[in-house]
Design a protein around this ligand. Structure first.
Ligand SMILES: [Zn+2]
Length: 270
């Protein structure tokens, strides 16, 4: 059990009144004792042979009970770490971290408008020039941006292709007007993940839209490349307005369109 999962287990045990120690992800004898106490209290819901299970399996059973208590589908309480338990434990972790379960899958009406005539990805050279050599301008952001991987570093603005700068400026201003500064920080929209970057697509050979300075990444730590809408922070309903503002300017969210790389928004059509 990794540190994050151990932390979630500790929270389950604490909620059950079986554990008073720190919720810090460090496994201690006190958590083993708490596992025993919780399983004993819930014995009526459990198979009899649970007393013969090794301690790791008993700990997983507690985690499964915690999922069930929060109405997260976890299957039978068998103490085994299969894909269903893995997924359910992730959801429970998110619940403990954010106070909310991930929203149900929603069919997203993705806007097709294109007022700035952003080109399809196949025509980027024609419109934006050769990759890696974008004429860059810095668009200031109305709220304070920090580098997501180095939050101490405040970013003066977004360095992007000049052809997209005016649109970007309008988007940022509208976002600011809609959410207000404090809420933007709460939403983590001050965690900037970069724009211009002379690189290829991850795991691919073609140029990334970042190589033209026409794509921006937001809060990459909580919107990892392979994460789908059940995990990505930016898939939640409180970001609908955020995406709506981008889409009115014709920008494309890979998350909203393809359900991966939720951090990424680009001035190019798919
Ligand atoms: Zn990106």
């Amino acid at each position: 059990m990794d540190e994050t999962t151990t932390k979630t287990l500790q929270q389950v045990l604490a909620d059950a009144g079986a554990y008073q120690g720190a919720i810090d992800g460090i496994r201690r004898p006190a958590s083993d004792a708490a596992v025993d106490a919780m399983l004993e209290a819930r014995a009526a819901e459990l198979p009899e042979e649970i007393s013969t299970w090794p301690s790791g399996r008993r700990a997983v059973a507690c985690l499964q009970l915690g999922c069930r208590d929060h109405e997260i589908e976890v299957g039978p309480i068998d103490g085994l770490w299969g894909p269903q338990t893995d997924f359910a434990a992730d959801v429970l972790t998110e619940f403990f971290e954010t106070g909310a379960l991930p929203g149900p899958w929603r069919d997203q009406p993705v806007s097709e408008v294109n007022p700035n005539r952003w080109p399809p990805e196949t025509r980027l050279r024609d419109v934006f020039g050769p990759p890696g050599e974008a004429p860059l301008v810095i668009v200031p952001c109305p709220w304070r941006l920090r580098l997501s991987w180095d939050p101490e570093t405040v970013v003066s603005g977004i360095s992007c292709h000049e052809r997209v700068s005016e649109s970007l400026q309008r988007v940022l201003q509208q976002v600011y007007d809609h959410y207000g500064e404090d809420r933007l920080y709460t939403l983590g929209l001050d965690r900037y993940g970069g724009c211009f970057n002379r690189r290829r697509k991850r795991g691919g050979t073609s140029w990334s839209t970042h190589a033209w300075g026409i794509a921006i990444d937001w809060d990459p730590d909580r919107n990892k490349l392979r994460w789908a809408r059940d995990r990505a922070r930016l898939a939640r309903p409180e970001y609908d307005a955020w995406w709506g503002i981008w889409e009115e300017e014709g920008w494309v969210s890979l998350g909203r369109s393809r359900n991966f790389d939720w951090m990424h928004v680009q001035a190019a059509k798919l």
